[in-house]
Ligand binder design. Sequence first.
Ligand code: NAD
Ligand code: UFG
Length: 339
Amino acid sequence: MSTVLVTGGTGFIGSHTCVALIESGYDVIVVDNLYNSKKEACNRIFKITGKEVKFYEIDCCDKKALRKVFEENKIDSVIHFAGLKAVGESVQMPAEYYRNNIDSILTVVELMKEFGVKNIVFSSSATVYGSTGKVPLSEDSPLGECTNPYGWTKWMIERILSDIAYSDPTLNVVLLRYFNPVGAHESGLLGEDPQGIPNNLFPNVARAAAGVIECLNVFGNDYDTPDGTCIRDYIHVCDLAEGHVKALDYVATKNGGRYVFNLGTGNGYSVSQVITAYEKACGKKINYKFAPRREGDLPVSYADPTKANRELGFKTKYDMDKMCEDSWRWQTMNPNGLE
Ligand code: NAD
Ligand code: UFG
């Protein structure tokens, strides 16, 4: 039995990945400082899988506390989700973003070295491609200038992990570049529960549909796209979670190296198309208005998913209708998130 340390494991993607790992036979240990999540996620994981996860409320930048986790458990692999992720907030508080995101990964890799742990999977983002303009984005598309400190932390951590992989050829380093993770577990027990005002499209569409907010702002309808709104590659969070299991299965056959994969569907949906699909899922009209463009948004971004298909055997299962249905079920079953 292989044991995975999941940092940021009570968060949105981390909690769904814990379920996927447990269902694939992995033992899971969660570390989270609960900055943007709640411990209740562990109970929900238990309800879905029937298995307890071992939970530590620890900040990954706290080396002494994190060392205890490595001492108490025989860890085979780390999936590092822990990080701050709000693009706009990162512009307001760059030092906090650089400190948290860079310090936490450095602490993790130093402890991995100390304890001889050989596999790390990192949550990177399509944001590292910058605004080159060419789609679909494949893993060898040029990396671009990021538009915000959050994006730069992903870019820098990719660089740091690449240098570490080069210095230690026995280490397996997997950089997963997510496109736009959305949806929720189909049980309605796990989903996205951002603390504070959400930035991303799906939580806002869900809140507009539920009447929590009066009106959804659609940022820009004058882009050079068929309906004028931005196009993104939305991927169901359970598909994304499965991508992490595939990545760990993959490195189990490797003796070291650096591997980069896009995790997306390869299909682009405009904001207007998402609203239409969500209206179908929730059975009502969503109140929205067109607002000015949001700074830093790219007109179009979607993945070339070929490499992950071919090398990881990763293929997404869920379509936009399912993403909206599961998101709506989560919203209606948990109007106040994970209380
Ligand atoms: P999330 O905020 O739900 O989860 C991140 C978790 O990390 C939270 O539970 C938070 O409390 C925890 N955390 C933050 N700093 C920590 C620290 N120093 N020590 C311990 N725990 C800490 O976010 P998510 O959407 O699940 O994203 C997970 C990862 O994927 C993040 O690194 C994010 O940047 C990356 N990512 C997310 C998206 C997206 O759109 N959701 C896209 C690309 C990449
Ligand atoms: N949007 C709205 N209204 C909203 C929220 C978003 O119209 O209330 C629009 C945005 O302008 C954009 C689209 O919906 O056109 C998607 O926006 P999101 O904020 O959901 O997602 P992004 O593509 O901006 O960001 C995502 C991740 C980031 C990552 C980035 C680039 O959330 O972590 O992709 O990969 F950095």
